[in-house]
Design a protein around this ligand. Structure first.
Ligand code: CP
Length: 337
């Protein structure tokens, strides 16, 4: 029995439902991290918790880690997991309220979501932003529509603005690394650094990482990026922000490397300066920092081969921990309360 199973680690919504779509759904971050680490030690500790329960994983976008780790986590809890690639195999969904559906969309989410809520005990959704209209993306229409209409707990497998299972994993990975190599007399320095990329990417991972590190409250948190790549202050409030990457990296214990496109002039690439790639020379500025990335990573664009293939890189450990993050969250949704 996992000890923390006794205490609710997620919060009920005002409608009395449990969801996992942001850090705001978590009652106890450290408790959730400890639960995930307990599952890592004993993956089948609760192998009947999800018996006779079914989880639906809906993908409107590609995935390797999120899809497979969530399936493995569900299986470890005894659930049946069914994956549906909505973008390739489903009817084109309409999300706009009052839409006159004379165009390319075939089925309204108001009709589809309650049906899925009947088929599944937990419904998980992955969607990406359009990166064309910030207000639309940041309204989280897709995720919120499923929350509104499905009638069962919703788990975000990444939304237009956030990636909470990734961020929980990131906090788990930092926590377990610190347990092995404790830092004495000060808080760890965690740096989120922008990196170049070949195409405009969402802000989700960076927003979410910032939101979770700030809510976790156990690190000195620095964000560094070129001018004009400011993230929404809704997520970064509490972090130190600098355009000087070298200053930011000084004495860092953890470096999180991630590209994102512009937030203010939405979805653009302004500068793609290759000098922002993390390489061995920059690693020398740090306190022998551990290097993190959510993956997939563009080698020798975002991060050099030398760094990714060095003992400083913990990206594989990080990706492996996706299972325990998902298992901790699903177990909370399955617990009879
Ligand atoms: N980090 C992450 O979400 O990976 P996938 O896109 O492969 O799921």
């Amino acid at each position: 029995m996992i000890e923390s199973l006794q205490k609710p680690l997620l919060k009920n919504t005002s409608a009395g439902q449990l969801n996992f779509i942001s850090v705001n759904d978590v009652a106890d971050i450290k408790g959730l991290v400890e639960k995930a680490l307990a599952y890592k030690l004993d993956p089948f500790a609760e192998r009947t918790l999800g018996a006779d329960k079914r989880i639906g994983l809906l993908f409107l976008n590609p995935s390797l880690r999120t899809r497979l780790s969530t399936q493995v986590a569900a299986n470890n809890l005894g659930m049946e997991a069914i994956v549906f690639n909505v973008d390739k195999e489903g009817w084109a969904l309409e999300f706009e309220d009052g839409a006159i559906m004379s165009g390319s969309t075939v089925e309204h989410v108001k009709d589809a979501a309650p049906i899925l809520g009947n088929y599944f005990d937990i419904l998980c959704i992955r969607t990406f932003p359009s990166l064309k209209n910030r207000e639309d993306d940041y309204s989280e229409l897709v995720m919120n529509s499923f929350v509104q209409y499905a009638g069962v707990p919703i788990v975000s497998l990444e939304s237009a603005t956030l990636h909470p299972l990734q961020s929980l994993t990131d906090v788990i990975t930092i926590t377990e690394t610190l347990k092995k190599n404790p830092i004495v007399g000060r808080r760890p320095k965690v740096v989120l650094t922008w990196a170049p990329h070949v195409k405009p990417l969402p802000q989700c991972v960076s927003n979410s990482f910032s939101q979770w590190i700030n809510a976790w409250g156990e690190a000195d948190f620095v964000i560094t990026h070129p001018a004009d790549y400011e993230l929404s202050t809704a997520y970064t409030e509490g972090a130190t922000i600098t355009h000087n990457q070298q200053d930011a990296l000084k004495d860092a214990d953890f470096i999180y490397v991630k590209n994102w496109s512009t937030y203010h002039d939405y979805g653009k690439i302004y500068s793609n300066d290759p000098a922002w790639m993390l390489d061995e020379e920059k690693l020398k500025l740090t306190n022998n920092a551990k290097v993190m990335h959510c993956l997939p990573v563009r080698r020798n664009v975002e991060l050099s081969d030398e760094v990714l293939d060095s003992p400083n890189s913990i990206v594989t450990q990080q990706a492996a921990n996706r299972v325990w993050a998902a298992q901790a969250v699903l177990s909370e949704l399955l617990m009879p309360r």
